[in-house]
Design a protein around this ligand. Sequence first.
Ligand code: ADP
Ligand code: MG
Length: 270
Amino acid sequence: MSDPISPAAPRVIAIANQKGGVGKTTTAINFSAALAERGLRVLLVDLDPQGNASTGFGVPQSERGMTTYDLLIEDAEPESVIRPTNAENIWIAPATTDLSSADLDLVANEKRSFLLRDALSPAALSRYRFDLILIDCPPSLSLLTINAMVAADSVLIPLQSEFFALEGLSQLMLTIREVRAAANPALRIEGVLLTMFDGRNRLSQQVETDVRDTLGTLVFTTVIPRNVRISEAPSHALPILAYDSQSKGSSAYRALAEEFLARHRRLQQA
Ligand code: ADP
Ligand code: MG
């Protein structure tokens, strides 16, 4: 499963894993917040019909207006979909349950895998100066996730530190290879991120060893601990960095941003 790590600074990163509950949305929210804290301007694209990333940034269902559904299906202008969040340097393209019909709505569209790429093209977003665009994918390898991978420079894969962590990963890697072959040859793997790690638990430690033995340098050095403050933050519509800046969860997402930026020095001058 060896795979080159992205050498050039990515502009668009898809956060993907077809398993639910592995920390995709949590990572989308808090990695965005940690990068924004470093001065980068981040657009978070919510591509999950559950819309948890939108909720996590304080955009209630009732106030979502135009969403990523309109961006993909209705050809809406990005500026009517993208809005500021309650966090400095972070904008969001929100999602609602409308998006759950996207796969069906797109079946007959011959450009169905390329809609997000076109919507997020530098030309379409020329009004903005985003340093990075993060896409929070749904828990499936549906057309929405394919759209994210076609639009992306790289894929960040959260893995929950549990016994079946690696299960399903070969399917995800296969999908990445298929997207490369069919539509996006430059797609890289940004890295695999271990989440919900419990350092006191032998099983977590064993899972980390197995994942590092299997995936080597693809795995981020930074590990996200299981931290109750991380799970509380969304109900306050805040990233962990704003909800409890001194928590272990905040330190971990700051370390992830640091590791990422060290790898992509060009972004540090952003
Ligand atoms: P996904 O988007 O992959 O479905 P989520 O990010 O929504 O996963 O996470 C699933 C659940 O686990 C959520 O309730 C979230 O608050 C919780 N969670 C995620 N990461 C952590 C963590 N590091 N520590 C504690 N709880 C976490
Ligand atoms: Mg999610």
